[in-house]
Design a protein around this ligand. Structure first.
Ligand code: IMP
Length: 179
């Protein structure tokens, strides 16, 4: 299946599963090396990171915990636009080593908001692990230590990422075709 159609858009395969998993392997090894003995708490940001989280966690071999959070968007007052609130974080993260697990850092605004929110809860340290980064779109200064892949500024689906709710189930990553 080299191309797929989702609603009005056509997508062509751009990163096959085997290439994704090779990089997920590498990221897991880096985490195993760096965070040994710290009993990290992985915070997976739903929905988009569910597949990355599963594959990553199968390869993390150090003692650790995992939990899931969601970002709920709600309309703020007109000037601030959409605000994202972190929901589902029930753990006490005081003095914990946190690893945020994200699907993609695009402008970086979502990640910045997450870091701000988690930062108020007194963690010992916060690390970022993301499947993808679009460096051309990044608007904020973030220290992203664990990145599986850097990609161009094109819209993608698959491996957890969606277009209008669809496409998350594909095992490969597809890039939109502009025709
Ligand atoms: P940011 O706040 O601009 O960094 O946006 C991050 C969020 O936008 C991700 O968690 C995704 O849900 C979504 N996103 C950004 N780029 C894409 C894409 O190419 N495909 C699907 N979702 C995307």
């Amino acid at each position: 299946m080299n191309t797929i159609q989702i609603k009005d858009k056509r997508f062509a395969i751009s990163i096959p599963e085997k290439d994704i998993l090779r990089e997920v392997d590498r990221v897991a090894s880096e985490i195993n090396r760096d965070l040994e003995g710290k009993n990290p708490l992985f915070l997976s940001v739903l929905n988009g990171s569910f597949m990355f989280t599963a594959d990553l966690m199968k390869r993390v071999t150090i003692p650790c915990e995992i939990s899931f959070v969601k970002l709920a968007s709600y309309q703020g007052i007109a000037s601030t636009g959409t605000i994202k609130e972190v929901i589902g974080l029930n753990e006490d993260i005081t003095d914990r080593t946190i690893v945020i697990v994200e699907d993609i850092v695009d402008t970086g605004l979502t990640m910045q908001r997450l870091l701000e929110t988690l930062g108020t809860r007194n963690p010992r340290e916060i690390h970022i692990a993301t499947l993808l980064v679009k460096p051309e779109k990044l608007q904020v200064d973030l220290d992203i230590e664990y990145v599986a892949m850097h990609i161009p500024n094109d819209f993608i689906v698959g491996y957890g990422l969606d277009y209008d709710g669809l496409g998350r189930n594909y095992r490969d990553i597809y890039t939109v075709v502009n025709d």
